[in-house]
Design a protein around this ligand. Structure first.
Ligand SMILES: *Cc1c(COP(=O)(O)O)cnc(C)c1O
Length: 306
């Protein structure tokens, strides 16, 4: 079995986030620390894997094969889960062999790596891409890049219950909405499914508009057969995915000093900065209570800061 038991699920702590621009606007934010769920496994990529692991168990697989880049948070979470839970993992990597901190961890965790080059990686959407891998690893289940799709989203539905269980500890009886970084929108789609229209979900886009996040979210929501939904996508990409600018870096440093919460510049830093900009332009009235999801990704920033 890949997935240990039906009720084994790392818990994300929910903590008050105190920052001067929040108190100035009279807005309360609680941060759901997916970066703190487990000593080895971190971030939303774990939750996106849960239902994929259960599906692999149903198929009788002995492990998982998946793909990503040399800084991939997804491959890192997968390799960590394989090490933690004792199943086999194989990673297909974009580009040519390089020794990033992420790649070193993947090797330490026992993931078997294959470098596909760039053209080889681009072929991942071709219909016969998986054929040779299935032949080489017949007992492994393939998981799409980033752990996406409906299964990925379904794993994130559990986040709502984790928040609900901790609201009283903050002295909250409810909240007005969620705020989180989006790459593919899979995590957001999971929250939209969990809420079924009860509270809105605000997605801060870490990728430019043309990456098709909205259609991907709609496809998942449609496949799940959900009627009521409330979400909104806000551009937070700052000129492109993984584009980093001085204002962003300064904001991250100030936030870390003021709150003690580590952020990285690709997703969580951009999402929180976009929230500040929206709040400062009067988007939310005083008294609003929001859940900000810390989606993790801290392992990936080692390569940026070194
Ligand atoms: C992958 C990732 C995201 C984006 O998640 P999606 O489900 O693809 O929208 C956000 N934050 C971090 C840290 C990530 O690694």
């Amino acid at each position: 079995m890949l997935y240990p038991s039906a009720n084994w699920l790392p818990q994300a702590p929910l903590e008050p986030l105190q920052l001067d621009w929040l108190s100035a606007a009279g807005i309360e934010v609680a941060i759901l620390r997916l970066d703190q769920i487990d000593p080895l496994i971190s971030g939303n990529k774990w939750f996106k894997l849960v239902e994929h692991l259960k599906a692999a168990d149903r198929a009788g697989a002995e492990g998982i094969i998946s793909l990503g880049g040399a800084h991939s948070n997804h491959l890192h979470a997968l390799a960590a889960a394989g090490k933690r839970l004792g199943f086999k993992t194989v990673g297909l990597l974009r580009g040519h062999p390089q020794e990033t901190p992420t790649v070193k961890d993947l090797q330490t965790f026992g993931m078997q790596l294959h470098w596909l080059g760039y053209a080889g990686y681009r072929a991942r959407h071709e219909p016969d891409f998986w054929l040779p891998w299935r032949e080489q690893y017949p007992t492994l289940q393939a998981v799409p890049e980033g752990g996406g799709g409906l299964l990925g989203a379904l794993g994130c539905v559990a986040l709502k219950a984790q928040v609900n269980a901790q609201l009283a500890g903050l002295g909250w009886n409810d909240y007005h909405g969620w705020w989180l970084a989006c790459g593919t929108g899979t995590t957001l789609a999971g929250l939209v499914l969990a809420e079924a229209g009860e509270h809105p979900v605000y997605g801060a886009l870490a990728v430019p508009d043309d990456h098709g996040v909205a259609p991907q979210v709609e496809a998942i929501v449609h496949e799940a057969g959900l009627q009521g939904r409330a979400y909104e996508l806000i551009d937070a990409s700052r000129e492109g995915f993984a584009k980093v600018d001085p204002l962003l870096l300064e904001f991250i440093e100030q936030t870390e000093q003021a709150s003690g919460i580590p952020l990285e510049p690709l997703y969580t830093g951009k999402a929180l900065l976009a929230l500040r900009q929206q709040i400062e332009s009067g988007r939310f009235p005083a008294g609003t209570r929001l859940i900000f999801v810390h989606t993790g990704g801290l392992q990936g920033r080692r390569a940026i800061s070194s």
